[in-house]
Design a protein. Structure first.
Length: 437
């Protein structure tokens, strides 16, 4: 946490501390080397302090740069904090119930950084040029940018090997990600709605492989493909929107196919108690989903698990068939514009994708059976939350309308998508979404 706070100081240097009144902070308590993050809302009237910490009420006092307050949990347990403010940062000690013996007390260090105030209520387009990249989905990485619900971010991703639009290696291979982007006001239990406003090729080639992933190999296919897995360079014709294997001969000499840019990686930081995940991994936080519906014009929904959500984006593909069967898609760098909105107090079980014509839920697990179960559970939840159906009604709609696609076979997890056409649902009452702008 000390490293993250130092990095955050660079980020927030443009927002000097002026007053405690109506301030929001992100407070991280060091629980034996594990950072537990909460949102601290402070309201100061003279020397008296009130507000909330992680939703629990607080009372306290401020004397110059010294802040003392007590938070009372829903179970009646009290947590005492004694901190010193230095500009947009705070450090101190807490006195809390012991995690194993609630009648005992334990002292912990804490630190906090102040969330800058929103410049105005109008949505903004942030032009963000990455200075470095992440090879993990982590809550410990300092925010690269603070945004607000309704804002958009324009940026550029690398390919999965860490190569930029100029062919220069900028990061370690393994799907390096841009971010994270801190979404002000996002709290665990909320849902981010990330609309991919624009996704454009920014170079004239992509890299892929020949071969087939292990999950698809019969013994005969395994023998026949034993020497495959070699790099294949693809030419990208950005004017015509076409991809073709470079230098192909024989039956592939005139082969070409329309591109459909997509993001392999889109994720929020995993919740407390989870370690950072590799950018090759997936989960309920999103991750290396490699779902070819994560494309321009569609909206991806991810459940917030940390204050500010901490949104990551990366792993550009020019094109990918279902499953990413050759281990790599057409890996390339992309120009990206994302619009981020916030649905307050709505939890979702699995990542969701919405296109103009379909709703889709993504199950990701170690086996196809488990992935199918998660995708199905997520779809039943969506039908019940948004269309006013009870479980009996939701299963009836599922039984006549659901489609399944295998979307990812190349990673450690299998990805399966459950899809329903919106045309089938047009006669159902659509619940109003509660978005924050």
């Amino acid at each position: 946490m000390r490293t993250s706070l130092t990095l955050s100081s660079l980020l927030l240097s443009a927002f000097p501390f002026t007053s405690l009144a109506a301030d929001q902070w992100i407070l991280a308590t060091d629980l034996w080397g594990n950072s537990a993050r909460q949102t601290l809302d402070l309201d100061v009237q003279g020397t008296r302090v009130s507000g909330t910490l992680g939703g629990d009420p607080i009372t306290g006092s401020v004397n110059g740069a010294q802040l003392k307050f007590t938070a009372t949990g829903s179970d009646g347990q009290v947590y005492h904090y004694d901190g010193r403010i230095d500009g947009s940062h705070m450090q101190g000690r807490s006195d809390e119930p012991d995690t194993n013996n609630r009648s005992a007390r334990a002292a912990h260090d804490f630190s906090a950084w102040r969330v800058p105030s929103r410049p105005d209520k109008a949505p903004r387009l942030h032009h963000f040029t990455p200075g470095d990249y992440s090879n993990t989905f982590s809550a410990d990485r300092a925010p690269a940018l603070v945004i607000w619900p309704g804002d958009s971010v324009q940026t550029r991703t690398l390919d999965s090997g860490g190569v930029d639009e100029h062919g220069i290696t900028r990061a370690l291979f393994g799907n390096p990600q841009v971010g994270p982007f801190f979404v002000a006001g996002a709290e665990p239990g909320d849902t981010l709605a990330i609309t991919i406003s624009s996704l454009k090729l920014n170079r004239d080639y992509a890299d892929s492989l020949d071969g087939i992933v292990g999950r698809l190999k019969t013994p005969r296919i395994a023998t026949e493909t034993a020497t495959l897995g070699k790099p294949v360079r693809w030419e990208l014709d950005r004017v015509r929107g076409i991809a073709r294997p470079q230098g192909a001969s024989g039956a592939l000499k005139h082969f070409e196919i329309p591109v459909k840019p997509m993001l392999g990686g889109l994720a929020v930081a995993p919740g407390f108690g989870y370690p950072p995940f590799s950018t090759g991994d997936t989960g309920d936080f999103g991750g290396n989903m490699d779902f070819n519906a994560v494309a321009e014009g569609n909206t991806v929904y991810l459940e917030v698990q940390q204050p500010g959500a901490l949104l990551y984006v990366g792993d550009g593909h020019a094109l990918q068939g279902d499953g990413e069967t050759s281990q790599w898609a057409l890996e390339t760098s992309l120009d990206v514009v994302l619009k981020v909105e916030l649905i307050k107090k709505q939890s979702i079980a699995t990542p969701r994708v919405e296109s103009p014509t379909q709703i889709m839920t993504l199950g990701q697990a170690g086996s196809s059976d488990d992935a199918l179960r998660l995708a199905t559970s997520g779809m039943l939840q969506w039908l019940r939350q948004s269309y006013g159906l009870d479980m009996s009604q939701a299963t009836q709609v599922l039984g006549v309308a659901v489609q399944y696609n295998v979307v990812n076979l190349a990673g450690r997890s299998v990805g399966v998508a459950a899809k329903i056409d919106k045309a089938v649902l047009k006669g159902l009452p659509l619940a109003a979404a509660k978005t924050s702008n």
